[in-house]
Write a protein that binds this ligand. Structure first.
Ligand code: UFG
Length: 342
């Protein structure tokens, strides 16, 4: 029988792409999402891509009774991929308690339910934000974590610690944290992608919305960093490549290949691009105009980070495959599809 995977936050950006990859590998997917930052129509588009409509339950995983009721209704879950969380850095500074309660509460509820309902495996969405501004680049999994720059970033570090400590206390629970670098792009079908509510915080949605005429101008935050062109450097990973890393992590746990019951991996490409390089590549690949201006640095931004992916590549047998160009083309194809542009 097909293995059944609970994907929390499965109608969100990375979640929806992961659901597609899981279904295409023959997994039976159940989504839980409270739709606080995504739309139910995503299910239609997942179905258009894979031909399978995933089971869907709408509730908030920080509510313990509802989480219990879910596992009673679905007694055959084999593994969990836990995406559901608040993720806006700026908002987390304004509403820290909401971020701590939601992000840590839902993780702890799931861990308790894993023990109670005998669900042995979980993949958790972590972030390269746990490294802060590293002293040495690129960052390996051995690179020390640094003090978080925001309550949001702190929830990722604390959630990692919660998993580490719980796994140490309970041999029957296995967790893998994936530390994402900067996920961008969309599914090649242009049927699913990133759909931020309101003004986008992240670079690529802001670029695509500006190119589509929804925003007047992109602000590039700072050109006085210690980088070749003065703009900040990140490791941009295609969201489909990232989704595939989750399937590989699930396979690793289900086939008993984990080396410990708590593991963590960098998930990036291994290459850094500056904001200016990315903007220029977007214009060139998509043959569009894009208004931009240089403004002051954004508070809390780090100067540069990119991943050393050697450990993950070797251990997981996974590697990011898509080029930056095809990823930026996919982001634009998605935006055009959403806006009904040719
Ligand atoms: N940027 C701009 N203009 C914009 C938006 C972003 O110049 O309108 C720049 C940022 O200053 C940064 C780069 O583009 O240099 C990437 O910014 P994003 O907001 O897309 O991504 P971040 O690297 O800031 O965010 C990532 C993760 C978060 C994490 C954060 C911690 O997406 O989950 O790092 O710093 F919390």
């Amino acid at each position: 029988m097909a293995k059944q995977i609970l994907v929390t936050g499965g109608t969100g950006y990375i979640g929806s792409h992961t659901v597609v990859e899981l279904q295409e590998k023959g997994f039976d997917v159940v989504i839980v999402d409270n739709l606080s930052n995504s739309k139910i129509e995503v299910l239609d588009n997942i179905e258009k891509i894979t031909g399978i409509r995933p089971a869907f339950e709408k509730f908030d995983l920080s509510e313990r009774e509802l989480t219990d009721a879910f596992f009673q209704k679905y007694p055959n879950i084999d593994a969990i991929i836990h995406f559901a969380a608040f993720k806006a850095v700026g908002e987390s500074v304004q509403k820290p308690l909401e971020y701590y309660r939601n992000n840590m509460g839902s993780l702890m509820n799931l861990l308790e339910c894993m023990n109670k309902y005998k669900v042995p495996h979980m993949v958790f969405s972590s972030s390269c934000t746990v490294y802060g501004q590293p002293d040495v680049l690129p960052v390996t999994e051995e690179t020390p974590r640094k003090e978080a720059e925001s309550p949001y970033g702190n929830t990722k570090a604390i959630c990692e610690d919660i998993m580490r400590d719980y796994c140490a206390s309970n041999e029957s629970v296995n967790c893998i944290a994936l530390r994402y670098f900067n996920p961008i792009g969309a599914h090649p079908s242009a049927l699913i992608g990133e759909l931020p509510v309101g003004v986008p915080n992240n670079l690529v949605p802001f670029i695509t919305q500006t190119a589509a005429g929804l925003r007047e101008e992109l602000s590039i935050f700072g050109d006085d960093y210690d980088t070749e062109d003065g703009t900040a450097i990140r490791d941009y990973i295609n969201v489909v490549d990232l989704a595939k890393a989750h399937v590989v992590a699930i396979d690793r746990m289900l086939s008993g290949k984990s080396k410990a019951n708590y593991e963590y991996f960098n998930v990036g490409t291994g290459s850094g691009y500056s904001v200016m390089q990315l903007v220029k590549a977007f214009i060139e690949v998509n043959k569009v105009e894009l208004n931009y201006k240089i403004v002051d640095r954004r508070a809390g931004d780090i100067e540069k980070i990119w991943a050393d992916t050697t450990y993950g590549n070797n251990e997981l047998g996974w590697k990011a495959e898509k080029t930056l160009e095809e990823t930026l083309a996919s982001a634009w194809a998605w935006e055009k599809n959403v806006r009904g542009l040719k």
